[in-house]
Design a protein around this ligand. Structure first.
Ligand code: VG1
Ligand code: CO
Length: 550
């Protein structure tokens, strides 16, 4: 096998966002585009001898081709072994687990997560370090810097590698006579084994055998094979309890984002009045998100995290208690209330799973979560969709209560952090920036101002000081905090690929149980108007309604 050094020109747009580099497929298909990014990444790392790389993706269009390119480049850049998920498929949490289980140097996950797939959709690539978690900002910043000056990249002259048959293929020596091996692994088994080691499968199996009806929607994305193995093969659920479990390159033409808007088929089933099932759940493109539904009932992700924390000891893996919790800044403070009661620390980090890794590695937190349908624990270093679903089923099996009853009891004990997020997708970048600039210009004048029932206490642009490595991350979202603890957060998305997506996060604390039944949009109506008034969003973007409300 030979190494071929190919001259290239830099692209100026390879800055990784909240979770890796995401672009339209067409952009990734430009000459040398993927190679430039991968080489910039390899040049950032110090690859030791005998380094192993994990590669896989969510199965979207361009996945298989990109995997071949990465294998060839890994061989030319000093890796001696590449582990590939069979068929090129690896969910994000499974990739994290594989990196940890086989103690590899790192891994690449090819996914644009919840973004649409297919030839006209998005593609993405993210790098995870040896702890299994997303590369921290110091690495992603370095990749971007290198991508702007790259002059050449290295590939090998490997033929196409079979990535469908479990087993090993060995090639002739590359660097220093070392053999290069590609190993196709069954990550579904690895991941299912991990889940079985954490949860009470016996109790869940019994729950599913005694008339409890559930539906899991894989949204034509990566969790399909994992769900079949776990629910049907190991928990004896009927095949009826799964839907859209065949991964497809364009996710069946849908948007693999498990929320009330895009998971509409599941939502219909779960909100069918008396005919609704007991439990519904969905996961996203790369399997790290989860949406939990009860009978005619939606669980806000922030509440889900709080409920899991409060009930963690019901699950075998967490029976000894949890060390602490962490949530992203826009996530509601519901979990903080649970942590306070459990007398464990709670941390507030910027948006993006990469900020949780240090806290988990240091043993400071066990459970982490984001309002964007992401929850997980220190069993991996990524958020984990199916893990959250199994956690809920384990809790239900032990408590023998409905999802709604569990939530109502939780609110009664802790009060309710009423919460909603309004997304305005694909707005012109200039208009989005002007909204943010307009709010920032009011930082000095807003504190003390009264809006109906609410008085502004302070506003700022969130900064995070990592307590473990001391790194500082600025400009992580604008917070408008009110004197009664309510708040509005404005943030621009770092995962969109079309124009800008502006997110408005709204939260108000309601201790009065007589008001806990209220729809969040009703309970937050006044806050929503205040957000629009402060931001002048309608005037500046001509958008009269959000694209997605959760
Ligand atoms: C969004 C979510 C964020 C999440 C990120 C990656 O980022 O808000 O909480 O970590 O997606 O999730 P942004 O910058 O668009 O708000 V995933 O499942 O898309 O990898
Ligand atoms: Co995802």
């Amino acid at each position: 096998m030979k190494i071929i050094v190919t001259p290239t020109q830099p692209y100026n747009d390879q800055k990784p966002g909240t979770s890796g580099l995401r672009k339209k497929v067409k952009i990734f298909q430009q000459t040398h585009y993927l190679e430039n990014f991968v080489q910039s990444l390899f040049d950032t790392l110090t690859v030791p001898n005998d380094a192993v790389l994990v590669v896989g993706g969510d199965g979207r269009y361009h996945n298989r081709q990109a995997i071949q390119t990465i294998i060839s480049m890994a061989a030319a850049n000093g890796f001696t072994r590449v582990l590939v998920g069979q068929g090129g498929i690896l969910s994000t949490p499974a990739a994290s687990h594989v990196i940890r289980k086989y103690k590899t140097f790192g891994g690449m996950v090819l996914s644009a997560s919840h973004n649409q797939g297919g030839i006209h959709g998005d593609f993405g690539i993210k790098y995870n370090i040896g702890n299994g978690g997303p590369a921290p900002e110091k690495i992603t910043d370095d990749i971007f810097a290198k991508s702007k000056v790259i002059a050449e990249y290295k590939v090998s002259d490997l033929a196409q590698v079979d990535i469908d048959t479990i087993g090993e293929t060995q090639f002739d020596g590359v660097v220093a006579g070392q053999p290069f091996t590609v190993q196709v692994i069954n990550a579904v088994q690895d991941y299912a084994d991990l889940m079985q080691s954490l949860f009470d499968f016996k109790a869940i199996k019994q729950l599913l055998a005694t008339g409890f009806e559930m539906k899991f929607d894989a949204m034509h994305a990566v969790t399909g094979p994992y769900a079949k193995e776990i629910f049907v093969n190991r928990l004896s659920a009927s095949t009826d309890s799964l839907m859209n479990c065949e991964p497809s390159e364009d996710f069946g033409g849908g948007h693999p984002d498990p929320n009330l808007t895009y998971a509409e088929d599941l939502v219909k089933i779960m909100f069918a009045g008396e005919n609704a099932l007991d439990f519904g759940a969905a996961s996203d493109g790369d399997g790290d998100r989860n949406m939990i539904l009860g009978q005619n009932f939606f669980v806000t992700p922030s509440d889900s995290l709080a409920v899991l924390a409060a009930n963690a000891t019901l699950v075998p893996a967490y029976a000894g208690g949890i060390a602490g919790v962490a949530r992203s800044m826009p996530t509601s403070g519901a979990v903080d209330r649970v942590a306070a009661k459990l007398n464990v620390p709670s941390f507030e980090t910027p948006t993006g799973w990469k900020f949780f890794g240090n806290l988990m590695d240091a043993g400071k937190v066990t459970l982490c979560g984001e309002e964007s349908f992401g929850t997980s624990s220190s069993h991996v270093r990524e958020k984990d969709g199916l893990w959250a679903v199994l956690f809920w089923l384990n809790v239900i099996a032990v408590k023998q209560m409905s999802v709604e009853a569990i939530l109502k009891a939780h609110w009664l004990e802790y009060g309710r952090n009423v919460y909603s997020r309004h997304d305005y997708e694909a707005i012109p970048t200039d208009a989005a920036n002007s909204v943010i600039a307009h709010i920032k210009a009011q930082f000095a004048s807003l504190p003390g101002q009264v809006f109906g029932n609410y008085t502004v206490k302070l506003c700022d642009d969130f900064s995070y000081h990592d307590p473990i490595d001391g790194s500082v991350s600025n400009n992580q979202g604008i917070r408008v905090l009110f004197t009664d603890g309510s708040r509005i957060v404005f943030r621009l998305s770092g995962t969109g690929t079309e124009g800008a997506t502006l997110r408005i996060y709204l939260e108000a604390y309601e201790p009065d149980s007589a008001k806990h039944h209220l729809d969040a949009q009703v309970a937050l109506a006044e806050m929503i108007q205040i957000a629009l008034q402060i931001s002048q969003l309608v005037e500046k973007t001509s958008r009269v309604a959000p694209t997605v409300i959760t």
